[in-house]
Design a protein around this ligand. Structure first.
Ligand SMILES: C[S@@+](CC[C@H](N)C(=O)[O-])C[C@H]1O[C@@H](n2cnc3c(N)ncnc32)[C@H](O)[C@@H]1O
Length: 207
């Protein structure tokens, strides 16, 4: 985000959020960028979203931002035990246990109860599994459900794959590109990918 926008936009923060940002910085944990989480917060408010399912909690930053600055409740799934423990501690410090349910599981294998229905699915975990996450969890969306995914530009590499040297990174970028084509062409969703954060998609279920 530009310095100007950073300065003029409202600051959504508090001491717990500041300490999570420092923790993520110290550990090198990737978390959502400030413009992207604020876009999601605005969308949750505008669309009156009440239930969010997040895939990929990391240390709890995005779920705590959502639960602090909106009325929505969040269920969030994290497979890394170290991250899970840190997220649990941060959720407790933020006193948000009643609004955030944190689950330690691999989202590829976890099964939600059939009754669990969400207004928003936010996918922010292993990029190579994005199509699988989309297909596995979209059945838990309400009729007017929305799906958001992050990192679809992957630091600009998706737009300029010729600059990549590593084979693994090339493969990952190919998978992200496949996902991008998959969502924009999905017959059941109306999708647009934005230059927000690291590339954010917004898919709205067609009714
Ligand atoms: C980019 S970070 C999430 C950042 C977080 N949403 C935020 O903005 O604060 C991705 C997280 O997804 C987790 N993850 C990756 N694959 C996963 C899977 N299959 N199931 C659950 N979590 C997964 C990783 O361990 C990592 O903590």
């Amino acid at each position: 985000m530009s310095d100007y926008l950073n300065q003029i936009n409202p600051k959504r923060t508090n001491p717990v959020i500041e300490s999570i940002l420092q923790e993520a910085n110290m550990l090198g944990t990737p978390i959502i960028r400030i413009d992207a989480i604020n876009f999601i917060i605005q969308l949750i408010k505008a669309a009156n979203i009440k239930k969010v399912l997040e895939i990929g909690s990391a240390i709890g930053y995005s779920s705590i931002m959502i639960a602090t600055f909106t009325d929505a409740e969040v269920i969030t799934i994290e497979k890394n035990e170290e991250n899970y423990k840190r997220a649990l501690k941060n959720i407790r410090n933020a006193k948000l246990e009643s609004k955030i349910k944190l689950i330690l599981a691999d989202a590829n294998e976890y099964n939600l109860s059939e009754d669990d229905q969400f207004d928003l699915l936010f996918i922010d975990a292993s990029k190579s599994s994005y199509i699988r996450f989309f297909e596995k969890y979209e059945s838990h969306l309400n009729e007017h459900g929305i799906i958001i995914t992050d990192n679809l530009l992957f630091h600009g590499f998706v737009e300029s794959p010729e600059s990549i040297i590593s084979r693994n990174k090339k493969q990952l970028v190919r998978k992200i590109n496949n996902f991008n084509e998959y969502i924009v062409n999905h017959p059941d969703y109306d999708t647009y990918i934005y230059q927000i954060g690291d590339g954010l998609s917004l898919s709205i279920r067609k009714v």
